[in-house]
Design a protein around this ligand. Structure first.
Ligand SMILES: NC(=O)c1ccc[n+]([C@@H]2O[C@H](COP(=O)([O-])OP(=O)(O)OC[C@H]3O[C@@H](n4cnc5c(N)ncnc54)[C@H](O)[C@@H]3O)[C@@H](O)[C@H]2O)c1
Length: 329
């Protein structure tokens, strides 16, 4: 991956891209909180939220790029959550067949996940991420200070993803998170930077091995199969649904991968301490019918990502109806 990674303050963004050579894409919430830091830059400002990850917003961005006479020497910088990094990366990848671009992710989810790996795109109608490309950004700047203004729900949603990285890839990271719940909830900057760094390294290593999601990259979907079904049904934040999905995947792992119940207990205990849900309110039958429509289904089975132990993921094909025996999804 040719991306350069920087861990420093947004105040030093101009050291990576001179203000005169770049256009920032951001949203209204970021601008409201960081107006002073963004003042030197030409900006394209979207409304906040998933609805903005649309073809219409892309049109608006392209119109503005033309108006600002952006060319192949202009760098586009997406400053925001995953919505902004996804659409900014896509716009930069298609404008003039590709101009330089970088990200300053401002949510925990975007710092450890959405900004890394090169998947950029927009939704179309009700199809999520239907249009997009895989193209790596030139740089990613991480500034953990952003997390201080992040709404609590968004922060907790991101915590589910860092727990996922520890659980499926890195026992030492999982232990570090377990030991530092209070400091993490208090957003202690150095600790968060260390955790973000380790999560990024994990995702980078996986993407380097499997950029186009043929195999290893699928492992990152731990907790997401059931999680996505619950997200669609209950309309709860992504990380909250993933949290329930991870707890369910651990219970499945006990049955299909010999996982010790103690690990399921450790995981649910940690998620609960982070204020995340571990049990769904939805009738399992409804979750089942939703799972049957999963686009990742292969014939009768879905490839579930399970764990044999902390840091030991495996892929196990399971028929959706079989998971009904685990009533407490
Ligand atoms: N490309 C990928 O590999 C990948 C991976 C995971 C998720 N995603 C995408 O990421 C998107 C979700 O991203 P998200 O969870 O970051 O949500 P988001 O981008 O919608 O941001 C969440 C909210 O927080 C606000 N916000 C962001 N940073 C802030 C800050 N520092 N202070 C105050 N407010 C702030 C935003 O304005 C928004 O209202 C989805 O569209 C998803 O598809 C992409």
């Amino acid at each position: 991956m040719k991306t350069q990674f920087h861990f420093f303050s947004i105040d030093r963004l101009a050291e990576i891209v001179p203000a005169g050579k770049c256009i920032v894409i951001t949203d209204k919430n970021i601008l409201f909180n960081y107006e002073q830091q963004l003042s030197p830059f030409t900006k394209i400002v979207l409304e906040a939220g998933e609805e903005e990850k649309s073809f219409e917003s892309l049109n608006l961005i392209i119109d503005q790029l033309i108006r600002h006479e952006a060319d192949k020497t202009t760098a586009l910088v997406g400053i925001g959550g995953g919505v902004i990094t996804d659409i900014a990366g896509f716009a930069a990848s298609i404008y003039m067949r590709g101009i330089p671009f970088g990200f300053v992710p401002t949510t925990l989810l975007a710092q450890v996940d959405a900004s890394i790996g090169g998947k950029n795109g927009v939704n179309y109608d009700h199809f999520k991420n239907l249009l997009g490309v895989i193209k790596q950004p030139d740089f990613i700047l991480i500034d953990a200070e952003f997390l201080k203004t992040l709404p609590e729900t968004e922060y907790r949603s991101g915590l589910a993803e860092i727990v996922k990285y520890g659980l499926i890839f890195d026992k030492a990271l999982f232990n570090l998170i377990q030991k530092n719940v209070k400091n993490i909830l208090e957003k202690e900057k150095e600790l968060l930077e260390e955790i973000i760094h380790r999560c990024m390294d994990i995702k980078k290593a996986i993407v380097e091995k499997d950029e186009f999601e043929a195999n290893e990259r699928k492992i990152l979907n731990f907790g997401h199969t059931i999680g996505h079904a619950i997200e669609r049904i209950e309309r709860i934040p992504h990380g909250f649904a993933v949290s329930i999905g991870m707890a369910a995947a651990c219970r499945l792992s006990e049955a299909y991968a010999g996982l010790s119940h103690d690990v399921t207990f450790q995981l649910t205990d940690l998620l609960i301490k982070f204020g995340l849900p571990v049990i769904s309110k939805t009738d399992p039958d409804i979750i089942l019918s939703n799972l049957k429509m999963d686009k990742k289904k292969r014939g009768e089975v879905i490839d579930f990502i399970l764990i044999k132990d902390i840091g030991e993921p495996i892929i196990v094909p399971i028929k959706p109806e079989e998971i009904l025996s685990f009533q407490r999804i």
